[in-house]
Design a protein around this ligand. Structure first.
Ligand SMILES: *[C@@H]1O[C@H](CO)[C@@H](O)[C@H](O)[C@H]1NC(C)=O
Ligand SMILES: *[C@@H]1O[C@H](CO)[C@@H](O)[C@H](O)[C@H]1NC(C)=O
Ligand SMILES: *[C@@H]1O[C@H](CO)[C@@H](O)[C@H](O)[C@H]1NC(C)=O
Ligand SMILES: *[C@@H]1O[C@H](CO)[C@@H](O)[C@H](O)[C@H]1NC(C)=O
Ligand SMILES: *[C@@H]1O[C@H](CO)[C@@H](O)[C@H](O)[C@H]1NC(C)=O
Ligand SMILES: *[C@@H]1O[C@H](CO)[C@@H](O)[C@H](O)[C@H]1NC(C)=O
Ligand SMILES: *[C@@H]1O[C@H](CO)[C@@H](O)[C@H](O)[C@H]1NC(C)=O
Length: 272
């Protein structure tokens, strides 16, 4: 009995030590269709797997590139709603040190409560100052409008979910895709899994710290109300106001070219 008890204590210690920034998505696979993240095809040199956490709850998953200081992709379940909420811009403490809190925090909280300097924070990730007056929008990969509670919307305002996006694209064509096209395509869906990503580009924000992606893309995999599967996708160049709709297979082929890989499978193979 004592052994069992000790074992239990030991296991729960391991569990508690399990932070938000992890070595794989093993602790938040539920945001991927069939619990299957894209394989290593899109992995950057200096990656961080983030299970995005707020108030002890996990909301979505992000593969982050600590060198370029942008996400490679965010994965989430599509649960859209239309209402306005307040939000707060945050950063990811565990990109700084693994013993920091596993919940996203504001820069101010990290400075005041944890005595961490802005310079330390900025080493591994982007901050609002990188974007201010840069001429580029803070473009969400996982957009707040695809979620239906105040917390699940607030959580998308972590800068680890943000890339520099062409302001016109972000506010017009891409927003139209997010709001109109996604709603149209998912009409018959029971559950829709989405992965939105960014292809790293050859330039940076004016201060040289944050990569400006060349393309933004989105793939969706839907389980219909009839329990059949459907899928769709889109891609946009980050220098014009145009979104190209295509099949998931076509997107995967485009991405293979753009990333210089043989194959870039985004979802479990049972997604058409
Ligand atoms: C947002 O915050 C402002 C100021 O704190 C408050 O007046 C407003 O009611 C809040 N809105 C929502 C939707 O919570
Ligand atoms: C959003 O989350 C952050 C981080 O926990 C928190 O500081 C902030 O108060 C939240 N904002 C709203 C409007 O709930
Ligand atoms: C905060 O960090 C600085 C630099 O690391 C250190 O010199 C200072 O003593 C720390 N202050 C507190 C209150 O821990
Ligand atoms: C969505 O569907 C509505 C009506 O079914 C149509 O009027 C609208 O043009 C569609 N929007 C897009 C972006 O496909
Ligand atoms: C970035 O540079 C590489 C190598 O010069 C080139 O092959 C690629 O087309 C460039 N990408 C963009 C989006 O300009
Ligand atoms: C679902 O099944 C109903 C009844 O069999 C059919 O009318 C409808 O077209 C199907 N919808 C899809 C998306 O397959
Ligand atoms: C952003 O897109 C607009 C609209 O297509 C275009 O005119 C502008 O040159 C783009 N800006 C950048 C920096 O690529």
């Amino acid at each position: 009995m004592l052994w069992l008890l000790l074992l239990q204590v030991w296991v729960s210690c391991l569990w508690l030590g399990h932070g938000e920034v992890v070595n794989s998505f093993a602790s938040c696979p539920q945001f991927f269709y069939s619990n299957t993240p894209p394989d290593a095809a899109i992995k950057p040199q200096n990656p961080a797997w983030i299970c995005q956490t707020l108030k002890g709850e996990r909301f979505f998953a992000t593969l982050y590139d600590k060198d370029r200081r942008i996400p490679m992709y965010s994965a989430y379940k599509y649960e859209p709603a239309r209402f306005s909420t307040n939000h707060t811009w945050t950063v990811e403490p565990q990109l700084i040190r693994s013993n920091l809190p596993k919940e996203m925090q504001t820069v101010q909280t990290l400075e005041r409560q944890y005595n961490i300097s802005k310079a330390e924070i900025m080493q591994s990730q982007a901050v609002n100052a990188d974007y201010e007056k840069s001429g580029w929008d803070r473009g969400h990969l996982n957009p707040n409008g695809h979620h239906d509670t105040p917390d699940s919307r607030n959580v998308t305002y972590t800068l680890t979910n943000i890339v520099p996006m062409n302001a016109t694209l972000n506010r017009k064509a891409w927003r139209n895709y997010e709001q109109q096209t996604m709603a149209n395509k998912s009409k018959d869906c029971q559950t829709t899994y989405v992965i939105v990503g960014a292809v790293p580009g050859n330039s940076s924000l004016p201060n040289g710290r944050v990569n400006v992606p060349s393309h933004i893309w989105s793939g969706a995999c839907c389980k219909t109300k009839n329990n059949t599967m459907s899928a769709w996708a889109a891609i946009a160049r980050n220098d014009q106001n145009q979104v190209d709709e295509l099949t998931l297979g076509q997107l995967e082929k485009r991405l293979a070219k753009l990333y210089g890989m043989k194959k870039v499978p985004l979802f479990h193979s049972s997604c058409p």
